[in-house]
Design a protein around this ligand. Sequence first.
Ligand code: NAD
Length: 247
Amino acid sequence: TMRLQNKVSIITGAAQGIGLATALKFAREGAIVVIVDMKPEAVEAAVAQCLALGAQAVGHAVNVTDRAAVDALVASVRERFGRIDVLVNNAGITRDARLQKMTLEQFDAVIDVNLRAVFHCSQAVADAMVEQGSGVILLASSVVGIYGNYGQTNYAASKFGVIGYAKTWSRELGPKGIRVNAVAPGFIETPILATIPDKLIAQMREEVPLRRLGQPEEIANVYAFLASDEASYINGAVIEVAGGLTV
Ligand code: NAD
């Protein structure tokens, strides 16, 4: 059965990696998928993949750090589909350096996308969800946001920060029928790992009790569950999906 039938779902960073896998999973579950990413051609390609699955899908080439563009995107979705059921705040970046080497540009870039833009998108959809009396906001944290990581001052702070959003928004919006939850993936095989040396990847694999990296679909499955009515009593939670990495 289709768990997300006709649920209007905005997914940011949906052109590749976990976001694309999530868009395709939502499409298979019957959702009306709104693909948001910075890269116009990749957005079109992702939309085409969703359409090929028989889903309704539209694309928006938007940089989520641009508040005016985010507001316009949300207005356009509301106008076209009349509602917004799900927001998956998936877009995220890394700019790694240890504390003493990190530039302000690196620091600001990560905070801007991973923390500030998540505020933009979530604030932009909140009115629609409150008016409907229903909605789901999902946040992309990381095991790094719970345990920290060498060389990731900015990223760890941003991923810890979205857990703060989950806790706060679940309190504010829960009474209005909106659920807010975070997912904390471990090491997932996506293009974001491209800058990490092979030796380090092999080491990461050995640290995981399941002895492998996760696949984007294994995160997408959890987003789909959390977006569905099956998760109707899950609110303010942080779900680790990390193959046992942190046990
Ligand atoms: P990815 O780099 O493969 O994909 C991220 C997508 O977000 C890209 O398509 C990119 O164009 C888009 N994006 C980046 N900045 C944007 C912006 N300003 N506006 C619009 N789109 C933007 O990354 P991924 O590995 O699929 O990760 C997705 C999310 O999951 C991120 O938030 C990441 O921090 C988180 N995460 C990933 C892992 C992992 O191991 N891959 C682990 C934990 C958390």
